[in-house]
Write a protein that binds this ligand. Structure first.
Ligand code: DON
Length: 308
């Protein structure tokens, strides 16, 4: 497969979609980014990386961090309570509601539907905080190692902006705490969650760092992060829940496990082959990149590669 030629064609196809979405403004610091950006990268399981457009420009990973925090919790739980432990505190069913919704939590005893809505990610960050003592720094170190980019950093302005406008996430965390579903104090959990979301990475960095999901749990250096069945489970939850209340539509169009963020990035995995990352900040009403989804749709159509 000539990845570079495929990426050029995908980028040309996605261009008209770039201006169709709206840049997220509920976190004011995200608004600075130009809606015109578009980049895409492919990292194959052997370490080769290809890219097009703004593929080396860093952006705010936002909810893409949720896939990495889940992987780190599952990796840290080997041999102790096992990966079953986290699944007592968070489900793995699509929510069908917006990513920051509160409504299901009350009827479902403070147990979020899945780890990729905000409530579920707060529980996972809480667990990572207990396991590591510093949930956000442990994620940053992991991402630096896996991406091979030692310059990855938090974006303080984004983390501060999110904290300033963080009433919804604080409400989710307090509500879950009232059901006994947090181990750490709410202020500490939401602070680490905001830091994780604020990490700046490029399409290249994210495609490379997400390589373990395509390598059935093996890290870039060949060591094992996750058992193959654990990598399979994360990919499965990405497919069913990774793009929120648009996960059904996304599976229908793209047919790959994927995780989106309101910074406009989406990572997608072709197990056994490669990890993709696309970025374009214009979002649809559900918080997913419009041009990003169009690009992934076209990529799987052109290559015939999907999990189906
Ligand atoms: O908590 C929030 O609202 C943001 N830090 C992350 C949301 C997000 O990326 C959802 N994505 N589509």
């Amino acid at each position: 497969m000539d990845y570079q030629a495929v990426l050029e064609e995908v980028a040309a196809h996605a261009r008209p979609f770039v201006r169709q979405g709206r840049v997220a403004d509920y976190i004011p610091a995200l608004e600075r980014v130009s809606v015109d950006r578009f980049g895409m990268a492919v990292a194959d399981i052997h370490g080769a990386v290809y890219g097009v457009g703004d593929w080396e420009v860093p952006f705010s990973v936002q909810s893409i961090s949720k896939a990495f925090s889940l992987a780190l919790v599952m990796a840290q739980s080997h041999g102790s309570q096992g990966d079953g432990d986290i699944w007592k505190r968070v489900g793995r069913e699509p929510s069908g509601t917006p990513f920051n919704s509160l409504v299901q939590l009350e009827a479902e005893n403070g147990i979020p539907r899945n780890p990729f809505i905000n409530a579920g990610a707060l529980v996972v960050t809480d667990r990572l905080q207990t396991l590591t003592g510093d949930a956000s720094t442990s994620m940053l170190h992991f991402l630096r190692e896996e991406s091979g980019n030692p310059h990855l950093a938090f974006d303080q302005a984004v983390a501060d902006s999110e904290a300033e406008h963080g009433d919804r996430n604080a409400a989710l965390a307090h509500f879950m705490a009232s059901f006994g579903n947090l181990e750490n104090p709410v202020p500490s959990v939401i602070e680490h969650y905001f830091w994780q979301c604020s990490i700046e990475m490029s399409c290249r960095d994210l495609a490379v760092a997400g390589g373990f999901l395509a390598r059935h749990g093996l890290r870039a250096d060949g060591s094992r992060l996750l058992e193959a069945r654990e990598a399979k489970r994360i990919n499965a939850v990405m497919l069913t829940c990774g793009t929120y209340d648009a996960a059904g539509e996304f599976a229908y169009r793209v047919g790959l496990p994927a995780k989106s963020g309101v910074g406009g990035g989406i990572i997608a995995v072709i197990p056994g082959r490669c990890t993709l990352c696309v970025w374009s900040p214009g979002l649809d009403a559900r918080g997913n990149s419009v041009a990003g989804a169009a690009a992934l749709d076209h990529f799987t159509t052109l290559t015939g590669w999907s999990v189906f």
